[in-house]
Design a binder for this molecule. Structure first.
Ligand code: ZN
Length: 257
């Protein structure tokens, strides 16, 4: 069996397969890996001086200046074949949940239903003073056009997007839901994550220790490469559609029955 066949075999015979996705899944959609140093996003600025919660509270306008080009990319990005393939695997009943480090919402745009965004998202923003939560949509146009900062309709203070900044806690309920899936899963498909950002980087290791099989698809090597059952050093947007196609093919369906 080649790597694709082994992957299809693991997925199609799984009871509770889950996917864990990172920035690599959205590269083909034009979104840079902005959490990783060396991605180009941090050459001009220190991440902790711009995108940390303490920096945000001190100088939100610096954060929003940095965010603006990225926000435009996020606004215009469309799902690519990797997102579509994962949505198809979920629709086929194979993948039960997608745990993602991405804040771009592209899994949902592609049709994935159970998406756990452990680093938050940009659909809502929270007032840093009164903690009311608002949809970001009404603020986006003015922000992109002239950089005007989103402010709380109730108290006038600045709104922070619900994406998790450096130094912030991950959203508890999302992390707990992700943990439940990790404990239940028998196959974990890691796609487009270099597994460098803790605590998400530990999840495949935890799943592995509990007996799950691990499939890794990433352009660059990761610390889990030697422990995974199948490892691809390839673009997820090339490999995932092939896997989804094979999983949904009639012969494989027959094997599952
Ligand atoms: Zn407020």
């Amino acid at each position: 069996m080649n790597a694709i066949e082994r992957t299809v075999d693991l997925l199609c015979n799984s009871r509770h397969a889950i996917a864990l996705t990172g920035a690599g899944v959205s590269t083909r959609s034009g979104i840079p890996d902005f959490r990783s140093p060396g991605s180009g996003m941090w050459e001009q600025v220190d991440p902790f001086e711009v995108a940390s919660i303490t920096a945000f509270r001190r100088q939100p306008e610096v954060f929003f200046n940095w965010l603006r080009p990225l926000a435009r990319l996020l606004q215009e990005a469309q799902p690519n074949p990797a997102h579509v393939a994962l949505a198809q695997l979920e629709a086929a009943g194979i993948v039960k949940a997608v745990i993602t480090q991405n804040i771009d919402g592209l899994h949902q745009k592609a049709g994935s239903q159970c998406v756990l965004e452990v680093h938050g998202h940009m659909r809502q923003a929270t007032c840093i003073r009164c903690y009311r939560v608002f949809p970001t949509e009404p603020f986006i146009e003015a922000f992109l056009a002239n950089g005007s900062l989103p402010s709380c309709p109730e108290c006038g203070n600045v709104l922070k997007p619900n994406a998790i900044l450096f130094g912030e806690q991950l959203p508890t309920s999302v992390v707990q839901a992700a943990q439940r899936h990790i404990y239940q899963c028998d196959v974990m498909l890691v796609a487009g994550s270099s597994l460098e950002v803790i605590p998400v980087s530990d999840l495949p290791h935890i799943a592995r220790r509990r007996g799950a099989r691990v499939i890794l698809i990433n352009l660059q090597p990761t610390y889990m490469d030697d422990q995974a059952d199948v490892t691809f050093h390839a673009d997820v947007a090339d490999v995932l559609p092939e896997i989804a196609r094979a999983c949904r093919a009639p012969t494989i369906e027959h094997d599952r029955a």
